[in-house]
Design a binder for this molecule. Structure first.
Ligand code: NDP
Length: 278
């Protein structure tokens, strides 16, 4: 009976193809975990691939219900289907471009979903830069700042307004980068965007802490995702004491730590194999 029901419920899709799109999934994958996030709802921008997806996977395996946000509906939906559902969660995929909305996000932007229902916000959506500033066009500069910095700012602003009056604890995790503070040629605007994310994180931690919203950031080094080009890999690896890239799953472990440790607020946690100290 269980198997039959599982087969029927592996993918439950309710879909409208007018943007924004939201798609719900209920599946039957099983694995062992402590279920420490059972009952929590988590929204992850950039959750469809790389680090964001690893965080969504980790949180789902701990029992959280995930809302995955990405520009591509297909990629977000496909990511959703891979998440653990052993706690009976129904995960959602939302097509939304975080660089396109410089105001408070509404349920209309998020396929009808209200941010008031979210307990954990992870801002992982991001794009990189591999060009000297003198060759970077104004459009390219805008795209990086609007995605990495303004996307995170408006996500935090929208979430903090939604959390007003909420009695339960909640938290925000922003994804920065080792390049926020370690110089690298061809990453000026990216570095500026991530330094902004760190400043935002620290200031917001003081604003929102008294309202039981903790705000922390992760500062990853070189992590093995689509974002890292072969050129970057070859250029940076000799400077990493552990002589390897980090895995998205190792960053996800850090995110889980920041959610679970209730005294972390305003923390910016590096995970970079020693890169920033070398
Ligand atoms: P990936 O390129 O693997 O994934 C990027 C994710 O962001 C995708 O899910 C993508 O989905 C989403 N995304 C990009 N732009 C937008 C947008 N405008 N609106 C909504 N979603 C968007 O990158 P990583 O996983 O490597 O990077 C994740 C975060 O970690 C980024 O903020 C990055 O700067 C940071 N980081 C990465 C490091 C690394 O070495 N990989 C090191 C340090 C920091 P879609 O394409 O469907 O929109």
């Amino acid at each position: 009976m269980r198997t039959f029901r599982s087969l029927l419920s592996v993918i439950k899709i309710s879909r409208t193809l007018t943007a924004p799109q939201i798609t719900n999934y209920q599946g039957s994958r099983k694995c062992m975990s402590s279920m420490s996030l059972r009952g929590q709802r988590c929204l992850i921008t950039g959750g469809s691939r790389g680090i964001g997806f690893a965080i969504a996977s980790k949180f789902a395996s701990e029992g959280a219900t995930c809302v995955i946000v990405g520009r591509s509906a297909e990629t977000a939906e496909s990511a959703c289907k891979q998440l653990d559902t052993q706690a009976g969660q129904v995960h959602s995929a939302v097509q939304f471009d975080v660089s396109s909305c410089q105001r408070v996000w509404t349920p209309d932007d998020l396929g009808g979903m209200s941010l008031q229902s979210i307990d954990i916000l992870v801002n992982a959506a991001g794009i990189s830069q591999q060009k000297l500033l003198c060759f970077t066009s104004p459009d390219e500069i805008d795209k990086i700042i609007f995605t990495n910095l303004l996307g995170t700012i408006y996500a935090c602003r929208s979430f903090s307004r939604a959390m007003m009056g909420k009695k339960t604890d909640s938290c925000i995790i922003n994804i920065s980068s080792v390049l926020a503070s370690r110089a690298a040629r061809g990453s000026s605007i990216y570095a500026a965007s991530k330094a902004g994310v760190e400043g935002l994180t620290a200031a917001l931690a003081t604003e929102l802490g008294p309202r039981n919203v903790r705000v922390n950031a992760i500062r990853p080094g070189l992590i093995d995702t689509d974002m890292v080009s072969a050129v970057q890999r070859d250029g940076f690896l000799p400077q990493v004491p552990l002589a390897r890239l980090g895995t998205p799953s190792e960053v996800a472990d850090t995110a889980l730590f920041l959610v679970q440790n209730k005294f972390c607020n305003g923390t910016i946690l590096s995970i970079d194999g020693g890169f920033s100290t070398s």
